[in-house]
Design a protein. Structure first.
Length: 471
């Protein structure tokens, strides 16, 4: 009867503690007020549609590229490690969700104690000649009342940590998709440069033979022959450099794929086309599209909830524990009603003086929260800058590519005209003019191919900067 009164008193105290919402000190989370511009620089739009919403399978139509991206998403080691970090954070989140539950433990023991005849216990203990056995079996339960929201805030903090890890995984995936696409476009561009350079080597070998014939005919000097020969060697060296870059880039792509270095199956540069509407939406949409910005907000949310936890430490802690079981000296009477034991305790603890540790923890938590807020603002500003940079880069590459094509056409005709004039014995045309025209034409063709790659890559960068690639 007495035990029942104790238990009823503890339950009543717990009910009263948990029914004090007016005493709840934990603040409810609100996104920090951060000023966000209405438009991106030099962009006027009233449309919320954004390129980030497009799945990467629709943006990239080259089947070889999509196959490589799929393989990378399955096997890339950085992404696999990010997934494991998510799994670890999820485990902590599940633990945080269980914070409201009581702790239950069961213990059993058996012991044999023997006292010597010359010991005080042996003399005074007549039970079985100084030998006795004791058997215990008990269960205990402990529960802490969440009066001030400490457990609830810890749960939300662990949830924010889990969501941070998920946003980090998305950021890795988004970057992986963009990196693979960029590397692929660079690889097919190098193939195009190698093809042009290889053809130029063939042409210059033929040009060297022509120059030798002209020298034998007394039309040019031996210096012209040697200059043409040197130009051939320069082009051959350029071809070696390009092939080396192709090999190194294939190794890099193989690493992204999580496999040993080897040949990468691909199409050609002429097959690449990203015919999409470059819609950007509004900067505020970066808060839900950019994984790194999302991560920064969850980092702030985690710091916010940990500040609540630190603040709740200033207030009393109410905990209750109860235990019960059987204890006996006779194994045969272990589960007899006379062997029953029970215990119930309620604790109310108010910190008074603790060498300022609680206040220090609270001030550190507040400082971490402010730092997280500034980091979120910086992430937003950086993301907006990257979008503006990518937009301007795309426009610039579009204009540059048109001019490059005109330049290449003009230089190609210059080579054609100068070689024709030299071969026909036009006196005002020298071999130096021919060599210069050839060098300029090759350089222009290489640059045109590179500009085409930069044009494709600027779309990839815009897609990444807007937050595409993980949906």
């Amino acid at each position: 009867m007495k035990n029942r009164k104790i238990i009823y008193g503890i339950v009543s105290l717990a009910f009263a503690a948990t029914s004090l919402p007016s005493c709840f000190v934990a603040k409810k989370y609100q996104r920090p007020e951060i000023e966000i511009q209405d438009q991106y620089r030099d962009v006027n739009t009233n449309d919320s549609s954004t390129l980030a919403a497009m799945p990467w399978e629709e943006l990239f139509t080259d089947t070889n590229l999509t196959s490589l991206i799929n393989e990378a998403l399955d096997n890339n080691l950085d992404l696999l490690m990010a997934v494991e970090r998510v799994n670890a954070a999820e485990a902590y989140y599940k633990q945080g969700k269980a914070g409201y539950l009581p702790t239950l433990a069961i213990a059993g023991s058996g012991q044999r104690v023997e006292y010597g005849d010359n010991t005080l216990s042996g003399v005074s203990n007549s039970y079985d000649g100084g030998i006795y056995h004791q058997y215990d079996l008990s269960a205990s339960v402990t529960w802490e009342a969440d009066i001030w929201g400490k457990i609830r805030s810890n749960k939300r903090a662990s949830q924010a940590t889990y969501l941070k890890s998920e946003a980090s995984r998305r950021a890795v995936q988004s970057t992986l998709v963009a990196t693979m696409a960029s590397a692929y476009f660079q690889l097919v561009a190098l193939d195009a440069q190698a093809k042009v350079t290889s053809q130029t080597v063939t042409n210059r070998k033929e040009g060297l033979e022509t120059m030798i014939s002209l020298k034998n005919a007394g039309r040019v000097t031996q210096a012209a022959v040697k200059q043409t020969e040197a130009q051939l060697y320069t082009t051959e060296i350029l071809l070696i450099d390009i092939k080396e870059n192709i090999n190194l880039l294939e190794n890099t792509i193989s690493l992204l794929l999580g496999r040993n270095s080897g040949t990468i199956k691909r199409s050609s540069l002429d097959d690449q086309a990203l015919n999409v509407e470059l819609s950007t939406g509004f900067p505020s949409q970066l808060l839900r599209n950019r994984p790194d910005v999302i991560l920064a907000e969850y980092n702030f949310r985690n710091a916010f909830e940990l500040t609540n936890v630190a603040k709740s430490s200033f207030y009393p802690t109410l905990s209750m524990s109860a235990s019960g079981g059987f204890q006996t000296l006779d194994f045969d009477n272990w589960f007899n009603s006379n062997a029953l034991i029970s215990n119930a305790i309620a604790n109310l603890t108010q910190p008074i003086f603790n060498k300022r540790s609680i206040r220090t923890q609270y001030e550190v938590a507040k400082a971490n929260q402010e730092e997280a807020k500034y980091n979120l603002k910086k992430a937003l500003l950086s993301a907006s800058k990257e979008v503006s940079d990518a937009l301007y880069s795309y426009k610039t590459q579009q204009e540059r590519y048109k001019i490059r094509q005109k330049e290449l056409d003009a230089l190609s005709k210059a080579v054609e005209y100068s070689e024709e004039l030299l071969n026909n014995g036009y006196q005002n045309t020298t071999y130096i003019e021919v060599l210069t025209a050839r060098t300029n034409a090759l350089s222009s063709e290489i640059s045109t191919i590179n500009t085409k790659y930069q044009q494709l890559n600027s779309i990839v960068e815009l897609y990444l900067s807007l937050g595409g690639g993980w949906k």
